[in-house]
Design a binder for this molecule. Structure first.
Ligand code: FO1
Length: 310
């Protein structure tokens, strides 16, 4: 059986994983998700990327937003804001709150995020193993050009990504350890796939957990570019790459991984960049990478795996 590990952020990763789970036997797949976006709100532990993956693969994601629950109601959020005057900048729907209650109860009883994730994934019948990148307390921080330090969600949602970004880092990274099972999965993997996720605040944060980047070097690694035609498909990488000294291009993202990457899937719109990617010493494949359907995502997954599992 072929063992695979996917490193994942939120919406883009979840849409890709819908295809990957069709292209391979998902029981041999481990998905390691970013937790740098996690936040505590109203006493609850919210893990947006874990939940986006869970809801999408479990068939319960809000179809337009790409995050949160379908058929959502906002009774609790409205009561919190209007009766109790609580901050309403980050909206938690009622169904979504049930997930945060389960997770927060497990954590408050001394359980780990890995254990909470296992319970939630089982309730959604996820066909693969879903792991947080770490059980440690980490948080993506943004320093704005006007000198403020914000939690990632305060910048992205609270301030609608308005302020320009001077610096991004993962607070708590040095002391954090990969969650149980992460290094074991990487050590036994036949291939690792980088989902089309943000190279700074999704894949970048996973790589910042000590031991993970080193564990990728001996394994065939293939990635799908999150940048198409010099622009983001979704999210905010175009705001963050320049702050990290990179251009907004499929080639510049590949270069950030050049110490371990073996293959790179770029979109048809970027076909002219193929030679430049090969110049980095990588195999390259060109495909339609805009995941409008699980079938398109499945094709991207097959194209990616063909490069490293021949
Ligand atoms: N994004 C928003 O733009 N506004 C919100 O109020 C919001 C709430 C929210 C609640 C739970 C959740 O899992 C995700 C949520 N998101 C919201 C999305 C999230 O902020 C980001 O898109 C990701 O963290 C980036 O991957």
């Amino acid at each position: 059986m072929t063992h695979l590990v996917a490193l994942a952020g939120g919406i883009g990763a979840a849409r890709f994983l819908r295809g990957l789970a069709r292209a391979v036997d998902p029981s041999s797949l481990t998905v390691v998700a970013n937790t740098g976006d996690d936040l505590r709100l109203h006493g609850l532990h919210v893990s947006p990327d874990l939940d986006t993956i869970t809801y999408t693969l479990g068939g319960g994601v809000h179809p337009d937003q790409g995050w949160g629950r379908a058929d959502e109601c906002l009774t609790v959020a409205t009561e919190l804001r209007e009766r109790y005057g609580q901050p309403g900048w980050f909206t938690l729907g009622d169904r979504d709150i049930a997930t945060h209650l389960v997770r927060s109860r497990i954590l408050s009883e001394g359980g780990t995020l890995t254990q909470a994730t296992r319970v939630i994934a089982a309730a959604w019948d996820l066909p693969f193993t879903l792991l947080p990148m770490t059980d440690g307390a980490v948080a993506t921080r943004i320093r704005t050009v006007d000198g403020r330090v914000l939690h990632f969600q305060q910048w992205w949602v609270g301030e609608q990504a308005g302020p320009d970004v001077a610096e991004v880092w993962l607070e708590g990274a040095e002391a954090a350890r990969p969650a149980p099972g992460v290094l074991e999965a990487l050590h036994t993997a036949d291939a690792v796939i980088l989902c089309p996720s943000n190279p700074i605040v999704s894949i970048g944060t996973i790589l910042a957990i000590p031991g993970i980047r080193d564990a990728l070097r001996p394994v065939p690694v293939v990635g799908v570019s999150p940048i198409v035609g010099g622009a983001v498909v979704r999210g905010m990488a175009d705001r963050l790459l320049p702050a990290a000294g990179s251009e907004v291009s499929a080639v510049a993202v590949a270069r950030r991984y050049d110490d371990f990457l073996d293959g790179w899937v770029i979109d048809e719109k970027d076909a002219t960049l193929a030679e430049e990617v090969e110049g980095l010493g990588l195999r390259v494949a060109v495909a339609d990478t805009i995941m409008r359907s699980p079938e398109i995502a499945e094709n991207v997954a097959r194209v990616a795996l063909d490069m490293v599992l021949r």
